[in-house]
Design a binder for this molecule. Sequence first.
Ligand SMILES: *Cc1c(COP(=O)(O)O)cnc(C)c1O
Length: 360
Amino acid sequence: MTAPRLVVDLEAIEANARALVGRLAPKGIRVTAVTKAVLGSPEVAAAFLRGGVAGLGDSRVDNLVRLRDAGVAAPMTMIRTPMLSEARAVVRQADVSMNSEVAVLDALADAARSMGTTHGVIVMVELGDLREGVAVDDVVALARRVADRPGLSLVGIGTNLACVSGTEPDEGKMAELSRLADDIETATGQPLPVVSGGNSANLDWALAAPHVGRVNDLRLGESILLGTETLHRQPIAGLRTDAFTLWAEVIEVQTKPTQPWGTLAQAAFGTPATRHGTGTTRQAILALGRQDTDPDGLVAPTGTTVLGMSSDHLVIDLGDAPVAVGSEMAFGLGYSALVRAATSPFVTTVHRPPSETTAS
Ligand SMILES: *Cc1c(COP(=O)(O)O)cnc(C)c1O
């Protein structure tokens, strides 16, 4: 195969899911596994489910459709506040969605009633990362509105931290979420089954906390896929960090001066990284560019270094590595590199071992 390929080790993903599910279960926390980084891959979803996750979450309706069309049978949550224009599709594809806008909730309720169904809602509260969610002072009123609305069923409260501002989900914020869950139950007179504490950034807190309060759900993507926590991007002990490998083919190997020459201005993607050293460098070009992956988070093979990347060329300092034109090199991936590779139409995804796409 000549195209760049993203090789996915499904056993590593299943093992990571099983490990996290097993560590969180004694705390009373179940895992909603997030498939967005792999575009709702049914193979990866099946590996998550074999690992024991309770349900699946995705931020895009297209990905939920892909899961459903493949016959993946699991509770599905739309984890991004739905677009007003996709309310009907969300009701059709997701059992539950996470919400913060009254207009969207009204549209979801209307869609659900016209389809003769009820749509589950998790109300999102803003606790400081400044992405989605209503203010703490407004969340009880929003929950009451959902509880009273025909077509909707209030299933929980959630929050999301560490995505845009890097705000840590700490004990204080999680205690506040638990308190709000109690307040909502008091106000509505109904039990609130789901308290969704956050994403992979919550793991440090969840695994260390002696008491997790009412938090009983985490939405985990990156930590299962890459085996890393996301506050400091450290590997999680006992998890595999090698589930994804990106292969690309070498198209030029030449020894060139280490330093560029001429008058230097901007490169294709802004200011280029400084090249260190003098003399000559044995460099390779691979047929892999920013349209295929993100150089941030690309881990070059031991003994080699990424020197630069344009739209469709990756330049590597080969050191002494025995690499020839026509051979392939394998790269590890961080989250940004993974998301771009999984999304690029130029990268073929290959699952190992090839698995049944239909979850049992
Ligand atoms: C992407 C996302 C997640 C999963 O985040 P990871 O860091 O991959 O675990 C969870 N919740 C929401 C709302 C998200 O957008």
